[in-house]
Ligand binder design. Structure first.
Ligand SMILES: C[S@@+](CC[C@H](N)C(=O)[O-])C[C@H]1O[C@@H](n2cnc3c(N)ncnc32)[C@H](O)[C@@H]1O
Length: 268
């Protein structure tokens, strides 16, 4: 286990209880999109890797799909079971899936891929556990110019953070939203019929002051970067994020655009 993997695991354990009602409200907007994209039939087997609070597994089961969730955080898995009342969750590292070859008709991963230290190993594992012609579908956040909530956080960090404070080095956050890179890597791993589409999600909060909840209670890297600063700096960063979010204030609260790339590919 490298430092980044350990940092991620500790982080997801920390937010396991609060994730779903904070950042999970944002990621859940992509669940119907992923389910529609795999076009799974009732009775078919689906594995949702990095399943978090289990929202995708629950919605897939409601459609009669034989869906299973896998996540490396035991705390997250127990939160998923509690939240959904289901027992279809298993502990697994995305880079070493504990399933036999050709087990699943479809494999989904909603905003998990950017957290894996070696995402190419995950892509290889996805290919291995999919049945012939099985479908892989995943999502990744577009760069901050399109994911304006990240832009706000980056701007606040740039303005106030001590650049000497660093997290364990991890993979680039937005690599899996780069169309050429994604297509190339998927083809190399044995996938074809690759479809890439952008989806516009929204971070929503009742007020600007509440916009920091998804970061505090549902994020690992963004929270880690802020929490590693001294207390005075942390205060300035939170304040800058709140102030920056005021420009997205509307009649129904704050709504900040976040673009995601939805990737769908077939095992060849
Ligand atoms: C941003 S959350 C996404 C959760 C969920 N898919 C959703 O739609 O909200 C990332 C999830 O990836 C899991 N995760 C991170 N690295 C992992 C790894 N190497 N193997 C399995 N799960 C991992 C975390 O525990 C967390 O539940």
């Amino acid at each position: 286990m490298n430092d980044f993997h350990r940092f991620e695991l500790e982080g997801w354990n920390r937010v396991s209880i609060s994730y779903h009602d904070s950042f999970g409200r944002l990621t859940e907007q992509l669940v119907p999109v992923l389910l529609q994209s795999i076009n799974a039939k009732a009775g078919q087997c689906l594995l949702d890797v990095a399943c978090g609070g289990g929202a995708l597994v629950r919605q897939a089961r409601e459609q009669g799909i034989d869906a299973w969730g896998a996540d490396f955080s035991y705390s997250m898995l127990s939160a998923a079971s509690r939240r959904t009342g289901l027992n279809y969750f298993v502990a697994a590292n995305a880079q070493q899936l504990p399933f036999q070859d050709q087990s699943f008709h479809a494999l989904t991963c909603n905003f998990g891929i950017l957290h894996f230290p070696d995402a190419l190993r995950f892509i290889g594992e996805a290919h291995r556990v999919l049945k012939p012609s099985g479908t892989l579908a995943f999502t990744a956040w577009c760069p901050p110019q399109q994911s304006l909530f990240f832009q706000l956080i980056n701007d606040a960090l740039e303005l106030h953070a001590d650049p000497a404070v660093a997290l364990p080095p991890g993979p680039p956050m937005h690599q899996w939203a780069e169309r050429d890179y994604v297509s190339e890597q998927l083809q190399y791993a044995g996938f074809g019929e690759i479809h890439l589409a952008e989806f516009q999600a929204q971070v929503r909060a009742a007020s600007a002051e509440q916009i920091i909840q998804p970061i505090m209670q549902g994020s690992v890297r963004a929270h880690g970067l802020i929490a590693a600063q001294n207390v005075t700096i942390q205060e300035k960063i939170w304040q800058a994020i709140v102030e920056g979010s005021r420009r997205y204030q509307g009649d129904d609260g704050v709504s900040i655009p976040m673009a995601a790339l939805v990737v769908v590919a077939k095992k060849m």
